[in-house]
Design a binder for this molecule. Sequence first.
Ligand code: NAP
Length: 337
Amino acid sequence: MGTVDPKKVPKVRLNTGMEIPCIGMGTFGSDRFSAEEVSGAVAGAIRCGYRMFDCAACYGNEDQIGEVFRKAFDEGVVKREDLIIMTKVWNDMHRDVAAACKKSIADLQCDYVDVYYIHWPFPNYHAPGCDVDSRNPDSKPFSVAEFMDTYRQIEELVDQGLVKAIGISNMTIPKLEQVIDKFRIKPAACEIELHPCFQQQELFDWLNAHDIQPVGYMPIGSPKRPERDIVATDIADMEVPEFRAIAEKHGVHPAIIALKWAIRRGQIPIPFSIHNYEANLEATVTEPLTDEEMATIATLEKDNRLVKGQVFLWEGATDWHDLWDEDGVIKDCPDAK
Ligand SMILES: NC(=O)c1ccc[n+]([C@@H]2O[C@H](COP(=O)([O-])OP(=O)(O)OC[C@H]3O[C@@H](n4cnc5c(N)ncnc54)[C@H](OP(=O)(O)O)[C@@H]3O)[C@@H](O)[C@H]2O)c1
């Protein structure tokens, strides 16, 4: 297997001073790949030069990935401090974040977490594999007070040395504006959906202006996402003709162009891959896209949101648009100022 020298992979500096690679590997098996298949890919990825992994308690595979990390440490392949391990508190643990974080640390066998995210900004959750139209009666709209209570618990984990930096995820500008002045420890990263046909330019600019690193999930447009996240109007980013033309010119799969675009734009992509992770890492050290190619891709925005989040809706919500504050107002928020 080919390797990429991790020292040659470009780095990004977070507002905490921590340096992290410009690419990480996603670990969500999309309900299609078993924990063993995902952790097997993580094992291969460490050996081919990946140093950052995006995990989450709700992906259901942290203990298998932890075994892989432990083996890599024991065999001297990497040291703990060589890895950037990111994970997330799931929505059902917002009232006991310390327990969730400690469980992730135990499962991942990693002693501390480099970036700990609030996976979604509300405590709504759904049973695995549930129907997209089902509503959990306990679900509720975003609340500033509840979000900040969750966030404060992570600030304490930073104080205790269990977490190095705080992440937020699936946020919007209206939600961020409600909380940005309330942090004691500023978030270092924000994980949001970002791919060529869903560029979220305004949110991306807002995060950069506030020195919060955008981390882009579904960087390839998640061709194998779970069935519940697929609707007929979704666009397959990698099939867009202008995009394919750039890939053909480079003689690579369009996925490689998506990653090169993400890196040059300044977001950190976290592609998931069982079969192509090596090529994806190589994309960070080979020829970058030209200004002209970047300009062409900038025109491909198609408002192609793939994770609509309908399973997180509360009773009384109309549809998934209510989750994303598209008209600048946080729907049904009890305490927005
Ligand atoms: N914060 C959040 O709420 C959130 C939400 C969704 C996802 N995420 C994170 O983001 C990660 C990535 O998202 P995702 O897995 O949904 O989508 P993705 O990374 O856009 O797409 C992954 C798919 O692309 C294929 N692929 C990857 N590289 C390729 C290449 N070079 N050539 C051809 N095909 C390639 C993979 O197939 P092969 O396996 O065959 O290579 C895989 O099926 C997740 O794993 C997770 O860590 C976070």
